[in-house]
Design a protein around this ligand. Sequence first.
Ligand SMILES: Nc1ncnc2c1ncn2[C@@H]1O[C@H](COP(=O)(O)OP(=O)(O)O)[C@@H](O)[C@H]1O
Ligand SMILES: [Mg+2]
Length: 323
Amino acid sequence: MKQPLLTVEDLTVEFQTRAGIVQVLDRINLTLHKGETLAVVGESGSGKSVGAFSIMGILDPAARIRSGSIRFDGMDLLTSSAGDLNTVRGREMAMIFQSPATALNPIRKVGQQIEDVLRRHGPVTRREARRRAVEALAQVRIPDPERRYHAYPFELSGGLCQRVMIAIALCCQPRLLIADEPTTGLDVTTQAAIMDLVRDLGRERNMATMLITHDLALAAQYADRIMVMHAGQVVETAPTDALFSQAAHPYTAGLMKATPTEASSLDELKAIPGSLPDLKGSLPPCRFAGRCERRESRCDDPGLALAAVGTDDLHRVACRRPL
Ligand SMILES: Nc1ncnc2c1ncn2[C@@H]1O[C@H](COP(=O)(O)OP(=O)(O)O)[C@@H](O)[C@H]1O
Ligand SMILES: [Mg+2]
């Protein structure tokens, strides 16, 4: 198989807080290939954003990477020089954040904000920057981009602001796009339009996309593969079809039951019992055990790791009693 564009191995991240050490990510493993869309799903608080921030190198100063490696196109991001990292993280990877309202500068025209990014990445003439900014607005299908260039964020709808964010992320032609809950807070129609746009642009550019979402239905629709996280652990990872036809982890199965589909009626919806465990102090090998109906004494044995489900090496689950 081809070399992955992004490889995360055994990444463990903790936060030093006043209440003690919080173990936020526990030996995370993932790979992402060129042109592929990987969805990372899990309840709020499961560590999806901290994972993304680790890859982008924008972790909170209170965070500490305890162990593991992150490689992008063969380069080790945790040990490379600051100069090398700037090229890769600024230009070849880009991220769209959840809230465009806070990520955009409120007192600068949106077109200028795109130009600022272009200039940071290399010398461009004023005219060229202007032309490329308008082009970037057009590429994210913003109507009348010449006029919208002059708009301030508050003059645009949430959907248009999110398109500007995407334009900013994509204007330097990154090879990896991390979209962290890119459509949360938008209405359903705008949500679909934004997701279609991200998918189409990804295909046009053969870009790898990591789509972070708490919405399994959204992941089902847009991702080639899905990785399910619970309380800082990867519990299951599989090609999208395999995950939906044969969920192996009780948490994945629970998430599916909790996700409304067109077919299911409201009374079939079932929330997952319990809540995420407290990540302070010592934690059991399986962080889902406390919420799991299938729990047995062997679930508390150490050494839990992802293992292939049946003969499909792409479908892996971290569970002693998979479904
Ligand atoms: N700066 C921080 N200090 C302490 N804990 C943090 C910090 N940032 C995130 N966390 C904790 O890390 C966990 C994962 O958070 P996050 O990655 O934001 O979850 P998600 O994106 O899946 O909703 C949560 O328990 C959260 O409280
Ligand atoms: Mg998040």
